[in-house]
Design a protein around this ligand. Structure first.
Ligand code: SP5
Ligand code: ZN
Length: 406
C-alpha cells in the first residue's frame, strides 16, 4: 500500500475538556508517530514522507474553498496570532471557544462577532477543536495528504504510482495519514478535532483534475465551478458519525455517504437512520445511509452492518471510493464503545476491499486514540485489504473467523 505522511502533521498540539479539567487532547501527535513507527518496523508498505511545498499549500487552500468559507479558513489560519497579539493566549497555549452560535428568532442572520475572543465560538461547534501556534501548518499538511492521495489515483497523473518493485501497475489505493482528522467539520465549523474535511478535498481534487472526458455534467456543489459526472462513495468507519461529511454531500446525488457509528454518541445531533438525503423526488434522495450501532456491540454485530453498508456502496457504482478510517472502534478506546479487537481489523479490511475490489480508493485516517495499539490495528486492516486487493487466498477472512487468534 502506498501510505502518505507529512511530518508537519505533528505540529498541531492542543487541549480539551474532560469534565471540568483541561487535559492534553486525545488527538495527539503521538498517534501518527506510533503509526509511522509500526509501518516502518513492518517493512511491508510503501511509506512516503512528503512535505507540502508552498504551491501545494496554496493549492490545498484553493481546493478547501469548495468546502469551507473563506472567512472560516482565514479564522483558522490567523486566530492564534491574533489572540497572541491581544494577550489572550500564551505562546504554547491553545485558542478555545467561549460562546457558541445562538439560534434565535430575532436575528437569524448570524455573522462573526467583532470581538476576537468571541470568534472561535462562531467557527466551531464544540471545545475539542483548539488551535495552537502551528496548528494551521498541520491542518494544511493533513489536507494536502488527502489531495496528493487523490492525485496518485488520477488516470492521467504523471506521478500515478507504480508499485515499489517498479512494475507497471497503477496504484489502486492510497492511505493518507491525515492529522488532524476531517469528518466532523463542514462549511464553517470546526469540531471533534477536525478543521478541514480531508475527504471532501480528495473528492474536489478528483473532480477538478480528472481528464475532460469525465467532466461533462455540472456538479451540485455551488462553490465548485468545474463540471463532473464522477460518482463517489464515502464509507465512514470511524466510531463517530461524520456529521461534517454528511452535511457537505447531503444534497449531492453523485456522492453516497455511508456510516457505521455508535448510536446516540458524539456528535449526538446527527447520525440517525432517518437521515437519508433530501426527500424524493430529489435526485439525492437515498444517497445518505446511516447505520447506527448500539454501544457495546460485538464484531459480529458490526459485520452485519458492514454488509449492509458494502451492498449500498456496490449498488451505487461509484468511480472512486473514499474511506474515513477510524480506530476508535477498538474495544479499549477511551472515546469509543464497540467490542472490536486487533485481529478483527484484518477481517474488516478484507471485507471492505473484497466487496469493492476494483474501485480506486483513498483511505484517510480519522480517529483512534489507543496510541500504542494504533499501529497494529492499522497494519491488520491493511493486511486484510491487500489480501483482497491481490485476490490472495486466506482462510477465515470471509466469515469473520479470523477473530479468535492473538
Ligand atoms: C475524529 C474523532 O474521532 N473525533 C471524536 C471527537 C470526540 N470528542 C468528544 C467525545 C466525548 C466523549 N465523552 C468523554 C468520555 C471520556 N471517557
Ligand atoms: Zn471518532
Amino acid at each position: 500500500m502506498i501510505i502518505l505522511h507529512d511530518e508537519d502533521t505533528l505540529l498541531h498540539e492542543t487541549v480539551e475538556l474532560l469534565g471540568s479539567k483541561l487535559i492534553p487532547a486525545f488527538e495527539s501527535p503521538s498517534r501518527i508517530k506510533a503509526i509511522v513507527q509500526s509501518i516502518n518496523h513492518s517493512g511491508k508498505h510503501d511509506l512516503r514522507t512528503i512535505t507540502a511545498s508552498a504551491a501545494d499549500q496554496t493549492s490545498a487552500v484553493e481546493l478547501a474553498k469548495a468546502t469551507h468559507s473563506t472567512g472560516y479558513l482565514s479564522h483558522i489560519q490567523h486566530v492564534f496570532k491574533q489572540w497572541l497579539d491581544e494577550g489572550l493566549v500564551e505562546e504554547h497555549g491553545s485558542v478555545l471557544p467561549e460562546c457558541f452560535r445562538l439560534h434565535n428568532t430575532a436575528n437569524s442572520k448570524l455573522k462573526p462577532p467583532k470581538d476576537t475572543f468571541a470568534r472561535p465560538g462562531y467557527y466551531a461547534f464544540d471545545m475539542s477543536s483548539g488551535i495552537s501556534q502551528h496548528s494551521w501548518r498541520a491542518i494544511i499538511a493533513s489536507a494536502n495528504l488527502a489531495v496528493q492521495a487523490a492525485h496518485l489515483l488520477l488516470p492521467t497523473s504523471p506521478t500515478s504510482a507504480s508499485a515499489t518493485n517498479g512494475d507497471e501497475t497503477e496504484a489502486k489505493s492510497v492511505l493518507a495519514l491525515c492529522r488532524p482528522p476531517g469528518h466532523h467539520c463542514s462549511g464553517q465549523q470546526a469540531g471533534g478535532y477536525c478543521y478541514i474535511n480531508n475527504i471532501a478535498l480528495a473528492i474536489t481534487t478528483f473532480r477538478h483534475f480528472s481528464p475532460p472526458a469525465q467532466k461533462t455534467r455540472r456538479t451540485s456543489n455551488p462553490h465548485f465551478s468545474s463540471t463532473s459526472r464522477l460518482k463517489f462513495a464515502i464509507l465512514d468507519l470511524d466510531f463517530h458519525h461524520g456529521n461534517g461529511t454528511q452535511e457537505l454531500f447531503y444534497g449531492d446525488p453523485n456522492v453516497l455517504y455511508v456510516s457505521i457509528h455508535g448510536e446516540d454518541e458524539f456528535p449526538y445531533y446527527t447520525g440517525a437512520a432517518s437521515e437519508t438525503g433530501p426527500p424524493a423526488p430529489d435526485p439525492a434522495h437515498g444517497t445518505n445511509l446511516n447505520l447506527p450501532l448500539a454501544t457495546g456491540s460485538s464484531f459480529d454485530e458490526y459485520l452485519r452492518k458492514l454488509h449492509v453498508a458494502l451492498q449500498a456502496v456496490r449498488d451505487f457504482k461509484a468511480d472512486y471510493l473514499l474511506v474515513s478510517l477510524g480506530f476508535d472502534t477498538f474495544h479499549l478506546d477511551p472515546l469509543g464503545k464497540f467490542d472490536i479487537r486487533t485481529e478483527n481489523y484484518k477481517v474488516m479490511g478484507w471485507q471492505v476491499r473484497s466487496a469493492l475490489r476494483d474501485i480506486p480508493g483513498v483511505i484517510a485516517l480519522e480517529g483512534g486514540y489507543v496510541v500504542d495499539r494504533l499501529g497494529e490495528n492499522l497494519l491488520n486492516f491493511l493486511e486484510g485489504w491487500e489480501i483482497a486487493e491481490k485476490r490472495l487466498d486466506c482462510v477465515g477472512l470471509s466469515d469473520g473467523q479470523a477473530t479468535s487468534t492473538a
